[in-house]
Design a protein around this ligand. Structure first.
Ligand SMILES: Cc1cc2nc3c(=O)[nH]c(=O)nc-3n(C[C@H](O)[C@H](O)[C@H](O)COP(=O)(O)OP(=O)(O)OC[C@H]3O[C@@H](n4cnc5c(N)ncnc54)[C@H](O)[C@@H]3O)c2cc1C
Length: 253
């Protein structure tokens, strides 16, 4: 790991950038200091920077990275899986999906010493403090977010996670401290079958992140099962057969 520059270059996103939409976020210069294949379809990329020293964010938040793509740079969002703000280090789990966009192509070949620009923290979803139990419905792209949120729950808080994956049960390391019984590894058909017959208890907060169609369907099923719309936090992370837009999310149309 190369030595961090002593002075942070972190600076607020200027008001005239992105039409002021990224107010509260910072421009960051990050260096890859570790690359680990935690499973054949996920690379754990560890980034370090003096810009990350004392960097504040809430579990589940992410960074908007600029990835090289020929002569262009394209932006994609990745969740901060964990961090050590004292050391200025943060981990990201990037799925090497078959679509192979610019982010995936970069991650497949990423090497220690490379630099990426990023903007963050991004994202407004956080744990619902008044909930008496927590329900996650997520796919592979959102496991870093769900696992960071699960690890942030006070010990013993009732929580269940439906982990929709094409890679089988236990296909990546589980969140620290989460009882194995709270994690259900499912394919999409199994998830739909369970949700069609699920009636969440009053006081449950639901978090639904992942592919756009999956998110919409899961949200509809949970609301049909009696969950209050206000108790659902949902976000599309990607859209089948379409690259994400320049703001790092599926296009809005
Ligand atoms: C707030 C937020 C946080 C996120 N955090 C993470 C994270 O921590 N880890 C993570 O791996 N992803 C995460 N994602 C999802 C990731 O940003 C998208 O999957 C993104 O589209 C990947 O960019 P790309 O350049 O590889 O592919 P793109 O250029 O966007 O897409 C190229 C092709 O690949 C397909 N594709 C895109 N993503 C996937 C996928 N996940 N599975 C299968 N096919 C796909 C598209 O449909 C398209 O056909 C997050 C997204 C958001 C909005």
């Amino acid at each position: 790991m190369s030595e961090l520059p002593p002075v942070s270059t972190r600076r607020p996103v200027p008001d005239d950038m992105f039409g002021g939409r990224l107010k509260g976020s910072y421009l960051l210069d990050l260096e890859v200091v570790g690359v680990d294949e935690i499973t054949p379809h996920v690379r754990l990329i560890t980034m370090a920077s003096s810009d990350l020293v004392g960097f504040e964010y809430t579990p589940g938040q992410d960074l908007l990275f600029a990835f090289p793509d020929g002569d262009l740079t394209l932006r994609r969002r990745y969740t901060i899986r964990r961090s050590d703000p004292a050391q200025g280090v943060a981990d990201f789990e990037i799925e090497l999906h078959d679509g192979r966009g610019p982010a995936t192509r970069w991650a497949a070949k990423a090497e220690v010493g490379e630099h990426l620009e990023a903007i963050g923290p991004r994202g407004g979803i956080s744990l619902r403090p008044t909930a008496t139990s927590h329900l996650f419905v997520i796919d592979d792209s959102a496991m870093p977010a769900a696992f960071a949120l699960l690890e942030a729950l006070p010990a013993g808080t009732p929580a269940t996670a439906f982990l929709v994956t094409r890679h089988g049960a236990k296909s990546r390391p589980a969140p620290a401290g989460a009882p194995a019984s709270s994690l259900l590894w499912l394919n999409e058909a199994e998830m739909l079958e369970i949700l069609s017959d699920l009636h969440p208890a009053a006081g449950t907060a639901a978090y639904i992140f992942g592919e756009r169609h999956l998110v919409r369907t899961a949200e509809e099923l949970l609301i049909a099962g009696g969950l209050d719309r206000d108790a659902v936090a949902s976000k599309a992370y990607w859209r089948r057969d379409q690259p994400n837009a320049s703001h790092g999310e599926p296009s809005w149309n």
